[in-house]
Design a protein around this ligand. Structure first.
Ligand code: GLC
Length: 666
């Protein structure tokens, strides 16, 4: 490996994490505490001086992390190095600075049903002012609630052991099954994509084509790309790489990162990282982890989805390995809270959906998805559901849990009600009146019917429907985005009926959405003038290529999971079979081009890891429904009851959420 030349690097641009002192206890049963990482251990190592932010531990303590004087909260124990320094508390709202003591896993939506003294709905629909959307500081956890949580914890423990038994059974079924030649090749390729750090596996490179002379950043471990690899390893019973990945990326989260000396919020997870070898003074080499938070990424895009995927993976790791100790660790709990803090913090936004810039997810280039893209909302929703399960509940975190429940409820209402389109809804929009100034408006977002695209009028089938790509004032992005729709099914962001309808639509529009290679990333492509304006004339995103209507085999695993949840394994099987025929012959491309995915993508990488892993994961999910079932979420009926708007039951008719609920939410 090459050593990197630090002299060429601009100050403020790199944060490198050397592997000395970062060893994690390997046994999955060990839990981490500050006593595992004493000063003595650090002092045993000799430190060398590096310029600027190329830091080793001695300087990391003094520069990268901001010392502060908040003394005794358990927050202070929350990171490996916290006995010597702590975080910039000024950035962290008080309700998130929480002690972590108990390991009670919480599902208690019941708390929320008591919260109805604030007008939560008004904040985005009725135009109310001075209304805080997150009612987090008011209600104390009373004894009944605490008892309720204790009971839930007991039930949970029983559930857990039943679940583990089920998983063991499922695992033995899996072991008995003979792998096909294609699967064997896929496993060989997946294993050869594994990246090690100080001798331990920590992730997989994005693409591993030996003939690629210009890999750009495809030789890095991308957080989102690693998810299907992680699922493949977990389903195979190999948890170590996933555990290492979760812990190492957690460490990367904690460093200050900058783009032109501006720091994004703490808690942001990198888009990717690379294991680099650096030269030490005495002709020796050392491995370091070098994260990219967008400061090197093409377009400097913010990886909003990374933290959400990290939380989703953390939960899946617990479910599939039974190693719940990992998520209970104080530093891991802190990591979850930092991510949530970023996502739940107050802003100027009027909607409960998460506001992001263009390119903040799998589509990491300009594609006109800034605002409230569906993919981010679906990941956000499932990350909130995961966090609610995993957060240790105590006095310090109860407000955060309450905020999560409130947001889950508001978000699902918002998406189910306003993002959903089918024939009937499009006809309604077609007849919308505009410029309605009132809290009672039907056309709340002032959508001009003229913006219903021509293609949609012809395309929308009698049966089926889908969630649109984005919603803003006077703007509905009617494109069908596959990942957002699939993950809405998986996480139950959409209603059971909507879930069915989405799969009906995919089945009905098979040639458009699956075609010769599953699955279309979005439909349709933007063309001509629209392409020029929306993509900024991006030559990689020409119509029916790459993000602009290309076909991405990696989406197969999310499709499989969604189909299995809805009892439509037949659809997944059909898609997998067609992919299986082509992928190995085509050398596992990253994406396909043309309307129905006929050609290997113009600039597609070959031996793209998440195409390989997505295929393997799909196969294993299909063969192990028991395991698949712990990876999706059913409807949470309690959430539907939560409405924190200030209107009392007697004046419910004024609450648009209350009114709409009966029609759309069940
Ligand atoms: C491209 C994709 C992105 C992926 C990365 C690495 O940038 O758009 O989603 O994570 O490649 O494969």
């Amino acid at each position: 490996m090459n050593s990197i030349k630090f002299m060429n690097m601009k100050p403020c641009c790199r944060i490198l994490l050397p592997c000395k002192n970062t060893a994690f206890p390997k046994s999955p049963t060990l839990s981490y505490s500050k006593t595992n990482f004493t000063n003595t251990q650090f002092n045993n190592h000799s430190f060398h001086s590096y310029p600027a932010r190329v830091l080793r531990f001695s300087t990391i303590f003094s520069q990268s992390q901001k010392p502060c004087s908040v003394p005794t909260s358990t927050w202070g124990q929350s990171r490996i190095f916290s006995n010597t320094c702590c975080y910039n508390f000024s950035k962290i709202p008080h309700h998130v600075v929480a002690g972590v003591a108990s390991n009670i896993r919480n599902f208690s939506t019941s708390i929320e049903t008591r919260v109805n003294d604030k007008n939560f709905e008004r904040i985005y629909v009725q135009g109310g002012i001075n209304v805080k959307p997150l009612v987090v500081d008011k209600i104390d956890l009373d004894e009944n609630v605490a008892k309720d949580q204790e009971d839930r914890s007991e039930i949970e423990n029983v559930d857990k052991s039943v679940e583990n038994d089920r998983l063991n059974e499922a695992a033995s079924v899996k072991v008995g099954k003979e792998e096909s030649e294609v699967e064997k090749e896929a496993w060989r390729l997946l294993r050869s994509a594994v990246v090690t750090y100080c001798g331990s596996p920590v992730g997989t490179v994005a693409a591993n084509d030996p003939n690629d002379k210009l890999p750009l950043n495809y030789d890095q471990v991308f957080i989102r790309d690693f998810i299907p690899s992680a699922f493949a390893f977990l389903l195979k019973g190999e948890g170590e790489i996933v555990r290492n990945f979760l812990l190492h990326t957690l460490q990367l989260q904690s460093w200050e990162k900058t783009v032109d000396c501006y720091s994004p919020g703490q808690g942001l997870m990198p888009a990717s990282f690379k294991v680099r070898t650096v030269a030490l003074d005495d002709n020796k080499f050392e491995e370091v982890l070098d994260p990219d938070f967008g400061e090197s990424a093409i377009g400097r895009v913010a990886p909003v989805d990374s933290g959400l995927w990290w939380i989703i993976l953390l939960r899946a790791y617990g479910k599939l390995t039974g190693d719940y100790a990992l998520q209970e660790r104080v530093d891991v709990q802190t990591g979850i809270k930092l991510i949530l803090n970023l996502c739940l913090s107050d802003g100027f936004d009027m909607f409960p959906s998460l506001l992001v810039t263009d390119g903040s997810c799998m589509i990491d280039r300009r594609m006109g998805i800034h605002g409230h893209p569906l993919e981010i909302q679906a990941l956000f929703y499932s990350a909130l559901r995961c966090s609610r399960e995993m957060l240790a509940l105590d006095d310090g975190s109860k407000n955060l849990v309450r905020a999560i429940n409130n947001r889950l409820s508001a978000l699902s209402f918002h998406i189910r009600e306003y993002y959903w389109v089918d024939l009937k809804k499009i006809n309604e929009i077609y007849r919308y009146k505009t410029e309605e100034y009132s809290t009672e408006a039907t056309n709340k977002f002032n959508i001009y019917p003229e913006q219903i695209p021509n293609w949609l009028m012809h395309w929308i089938p009698e049966e089926g429907g889908y969630l649109i790509g984005n919603l803003q004032p006077a703007h509905m992005d009617f494109r069908f985005f596959t990942l957002g729709n699939l993950w809405s099914i998986v996480s139950s962001l959409s209603t059971p009926k909507q879930n069915e309808s989405i799969l009906n639509l995919i089945e009905g529009k098979w040639d458009d959405l699956i075609g010769q290679m599953p699955l279309k990333i979005c439909y349709p492509a933007v063309e001509s003038e629209e392409w020029r304006i929306i993509t900024g004339s991006d030559p990689k995103n020409t119509p029916w290529s790459y993000h602009n209507g290309g076909s991405w085999p990696t989406l197969l695993w999310q499709f499989t999971l969604a189909c299995m949840k809805m009892g439509r394994g037949d659809l997944a099987k059909k898609a997998i079979e067609s992919a299986e025929k082509r992928l190995p012959v085509d050398r596992w491309p990253e994406y396909y081009d043309t309307r129905n995915g006929k050609f290997i993508g113009k600039q597609a990488r070959l031996y793209q890891t998440w195409s390989i892993a997505g295929f393997l994961t799909s196969k294993m999910l299909l063969e192990n429904p028991e395991m698949a079932s712990v990876l999706f979420w059913e409807e949470d009926y309690d959430l539907l009851e939560i409405c924190v708007c200030g209107l009392s039951n007697s004046s419910r008719k004024k609450c648009s959420r209350g009114l709409a609920k009966s029609q759309i939410l069940v």
